[in-house]
Design a protein around this ligand. Structure first.
Ligand SMILES: *[C@@H]1O[C@H](CO)[C@@H](O)[C@H](O)[C@H]1NC(C)=O
Ligand SMILES: *[C@@H]1O[C@H](CO)[C@@H](O)[C@H](O)[C@H]1NC(C)=O
Ligand SMILES: *[C@@H]1O[C@H](CO)[C@@H](O)[C@H](O)[C@H]1NC(C)=O
Ligand SMILES: *[C@@H]1O[C@H](CO)[C@@H](O)[C@H](O)[C@H]1NC(C)=O
Ligand SMILES: *[C@@H]1O[C@H](CO)[C@@H](O)[C@H](O)[C@H]1NC(C)=O
Length: 314
């Protein structure tokens, strides 16, 4: 019974060790990994670079409109005031229609409300799926700006505003207000990677394409240099695995300055021997002085060591 339990206890880890990690599938001989994310005999290593064919780009355009049927007051400086929230909710609701034709439109984010009557500065947020090609992304951004511009031009709701005293907002466009675009790839790489490692992949633009890399990818400005080792990503982040750890010690986590363990052991032994010798010599000298001062000394401990050790006898 006990042996059976023991047997299981030792067997279970062995069987588990046979399996593949990270969703790899064992085909009887080897692990078949999700080749876009992992490699290694057990699929234990996350790739240094995830291939990106398609990506999702978040494009934002800063714009502003004028609300004509509401009064500006100090409440609008407080994001938690009822007045602010009321206008925000209504604004978001109506902008869904206003920007309905903008490709990938997701939401608006209010940046600021200003006096006049109320000028609402906001970000128009779009998310589009595109091929991994920077030129194409630039073209998409241009299309989105044009669409925002068009939507704002069509914003002649002032005349159409049926009940200016009602909850609905009446808008007019602000002439000559600049539309400022920007795009973010920050989420792109988080989305393509496994959530376990999402924090360690980041976008790197090279040769007109976006690459999702980690600090273990070589040849980039943030690459980690593991001098006498290899870089590996784990759940704690990228780090160096140093070569021949059974033979060498390294002075830092980048595997610099290998020191042979045998050499280190020998030097340590020598150092200990050296320190002991000095202590012994000091003891001997002290004992000698005591002896010469008081011939009938009952003998310090050091004295005995000195007498037993032939090297230190005269
Ligand atoms: C992430 O991927 C999911 C589907 O896989 C998609 O619906 C979502 O929009 C993506 N988000 C980003 C920020 O890429
Ligand atoms: C808003 O502007 C108007 C006209 O310039 C002014 O009379 C009013 O006091 C301003 N309101 C606030 C809260 O600053
Ligand atoms: C601002 O106007 C709103 C709506 O008219 C009102 O509820 C709020 O109390 C006003 N806030 C201030 C500080 O006057
Ligand atoms: C993207 O990430 C970088 C670095 O983490 C950060 O400085 C930047 O503000 C982020 N951009 C957006 C739009 O979140
Ligand atoms: C850049 O991309 C082109 C084609 O897309 C390819 O032929 C070339 O080798 C790439 N250059 C580098 C440095 O990756």
């Amino acid at each position: 019974m006990v042996t059976g339990a023991l047997f299981l206890f030792f067997l279970v880890p062995c069987v588990e060790a046979e399996l593949c990690y990270n969703g790899g599938i064992f085909d009887g001989i080897k692990c078949i990994c999700d080749e876009n994310l992992y490699y290694g005999p057990k699929c234990e290593f996350p790739l240094d670079e995830i291939p990106v064919i398609q990506l999702s780009v978040t494009v934002t355009v800063d714009a502003q409109v004028r609300v004509t049927n509401k009064e500006y007051n100090k409440s609008l400086e407080d994001l938690n005031s009822n007045y602010y929230r009321e206008i925000q909710t209504q604004f978001k609701k109506q902008m869904k229609d206003v920007y309905g034709a903008v490709p990938g439109y997701k939401d608006v984010e209010i940046l600021r409300m200003k006096n006049g009557s109320i000028i609402v500065e906001h970000k128009v947020i779009s998310q589009v799926l595109t091929e991994n090609n920077l030129e194409l992304i630039q073209r998409i951004i241009k299309i989105i700006i044009e669409a925002v511009e068009h939507s704002l031009k069509d914003l002649h709701t002032e005349g159409k505003c049926i009940d200016p005293s009602g909850p609905e907002l009446c808008f007019v466009p602000l002439p000559n207000s600049a539309l400022i675009p920007s795009f973010s790839l920050n989420d792109t790489c988080k989305n393509v990677s496994d959530t376990k490692y999402a924090d360690y992949y980041y976008p790197y633009i090279r040769n007109g394409t976006v690459r999702c890399i980690t600090r273990c990818s070589s040849g980039t400005p943030d690459s980690m240099n593991c001098f006498n080792g290899v870089c590996r990503l784990s759940e704690i982040g990228p780090h160096c695995i140093c070569n021949n750890l059974d033979v060498f010690w390294y002075l830092d986590s980048y595997c610099r300055l290998p020191i042979q363990k045998t050499v280190l052991g020998l030097s340590l032994a020598l150092a200990v021997f050296f320190v002991l010798s000095i202590i012994l010599v000091i003891c001997l000298i002290k004992a000698k002085r005591k002896n010469s001062r008081n011939r009938r000394s009952d003998g310090a401990n050091c004295d005995k060591i000195g007498q037993r050790n032939p090297i230190f006898q005269e």
